[in-house]
Design a protein around this ligand. Structure first.
Ligand SMILES: [Zn+2]
Length: 86
């Protein structure tokens, strides 16, 4: 993973500050296989696990992360009924 990712795929923090992330989550049956693993720093890792960022595999096999700071993920885009959204 260090050879492929070299650093956090979310913010480019050095690999020494990263944790291993199961892209298809381990608790959801994701394998501990290099093709399903990527490097995320603790902050980006928390963002992914709290729905604030999404990891996507690119056609070349590398992973990128989209942080939802300026937008909201599609599943969270719709506000609950009756809730003020201003
Ligand atoms: Zn990061």
């Amino acid at each position: 993973m260090i050879v492929r990712d070299r650093r956090c795929v979310g913010c480019h923090a050095p690999a020494v500050r990263c944790q291993v992330h199961h892209v298809h989550w381990w608790r959801a049956g994701g394998p501990t296989d290099v093709d399903n693993l990527t490097l995320l720093c603790w902050s980006c890792h928390a963002d992914v696990h709290h729905g604030r960022a999404t990891v996507t595999r690119q056609p070349d096999g590398r992973y990128t992360t989209h942080h939802w700071a300026a937008s909201r993920p599609p599943a969270a885009a719709a506000a609950p009924a009756g809730r003020h959204t201003a």
